[in-house]
Design a binder for this molecule. Structure first.
Ligand SMILES: NC(=O)c1ccc[n+]([C@@H]2O[C@H](COP(=O)([O-])OP(=O)(O)OC[C@H]3O[C@@H](n4cnc5c(N)ncnc54)[C@H](OP(=O)(O)O)[C@@H]3O)[C@@H](O)[C@H]2O)c1
Length: 139
């Protein structure tokens, strides 16, 4: 039986996965690609990016854009690059976090609000909703 919640057709959708070159992000990128999405992986290390792209198989295109999500200018440039090259951005999996900002155990229950925002801040700030009107995805 086909379950629409787990077998969504993502052809012609564009997905950005930060921290997409390893672990949870890479597994998510593979799952999105397997459903037909064009997937853009983001990480800091281009060599890791190239190695990760070897593992992403699907009906859409897979590419890598280097960016450090702790730097807002790089995040805005990342989103601009995705929209320029694909014309749209439908799915953003903001998976990469700033591990260097961790001062506690890393469990959310142990974090102060300031530590939480320093660690988890990985959203594209002023880059929200970029793209031509009518083609904007949700971030
Ligand atoms: N695994 C767990 O048990 C667990 C538990 C709680 C939360 N998390 C969170 O879930 C996320 C993924 O975890 P994981 O275990 O899959 O991590 P991982 O295997 O260590 O992979 C981290 C990924 O993020 C990239 N990355 C790290 N810092 C970055 C930065 N500043 N800008 C852009 N990319 C960056 C890495 O590539 P580069 O190094 O090349 O940049 C890599 O692709 C992380 O945010 C982690 O904090 C994981």
């Amino acid at each position: 039986m086909n379950d629409d919640r787990t077998h969504q057709d993502l052809r012609e959708r564009v997905a950005l996965v930060t921290g997409g070159t390893s672990g949870i992000g890479l597994a998510t990128a593979c799952a999105l690609a397997a459903r037909g999405a064009d997937v853009v992986l983001c990480g800091r290390d281009p060599a890791r990016g190239r190695a990760a792209l070897e593992q992403v198989r699907g009906g859409g295109r897979a590419s890598f854009v280097a960016a450090d999500v702790t730097d807002e200018e790089q995040v805005v440039a990342l989103v601009d690059t995705v929209v320029r090259e694909h014309g749209r951005l439908d799915i953003a999996f903001n998976n990469a976090a700033n591990r260097e900002a961790l001062t506690s155990s890393g469990a959310f229950t142990d974090m102060s609000l300031a530590e939480f925002f320093a660690h988890a801040r990985a959203e594209p700030g002023s880059g929200h909703g970029r793209g031509p009107p009518g083609q904007r995805g949700a971030l």
